[in-house]
Ligand binder design. Sequence first.
Ligand SMILES: [Zn+2]
Ligand SMILES: [Zn+2]
Length: 241
Amino acid sequence: MAVLGLLMGFCAKVPRTIHTPGGWVNLILTGLTGYVASDIITGIAHWSGDTLGHDRVWFFGPNFIRPFREHHFDQKAITRHDFIETNGNNCIGMCPPLAVAFVAVPHQEGFGFFAWTFVAFVSLFVVATNQFHKWAHADNPPAAGRWLQRWGLILPPAHHDVHHASPHDKHYCITVGWMNPILNGIGFFRAAEWIVARVCPSWLHIEERNRYREAARANALNGSPTPPLGAPPPPVGTWRG
Ligand SMILES: [Zn+2]
Ligand SMILES: [Zn+2]
């Protein structure tokens, strides 16, 4: 509710501040930049959940890391979550930056106004991301969601399927996925893992991914899938090896 109130407050402030056509163009460009930034931020958060730490880490393990890992062997679970369970964590996380942006945004057009509006756009799109992610897994998303997916304006299911193909090591961005080809292409996440392996190697946990890779190989050889390390065995057929 706090997030909704802050967003409505922002919506009321914007038309009282922008008085020129150029200002509205800048607002649209700020929104687009915020959408791309949200795609990158959710990609990094998703990669962190998949790759860093383990589910026994205090607080973060059960609340943030485990859901990411479990999502790989039960990807339909997200479709059984209600609205609060789907969006609650992202709302809590984005409330502080949105509140700061709401208080700090100046009442005249200029760099400061668009900078804080950018923060508000990013908060909005990060909050919306898990809903887009849920729709990418849903058998029957709402008509508006299907339309946005078809035009590639939110995360399309076929695009997200690339991440769910074993060993789940690419296509981490889940707001819309526009940045996935670019971040894959420049080796962004492999470079991040290289840095973590040198700076703080105990944080890097890619054994599950390796296990999926081994399972895929075993699956291809004799059709007997191996369960991922540290996770309940996936029922046969719920993941793709
Ligand atoms: Zn993942
Ligand atoms: Zn997914």
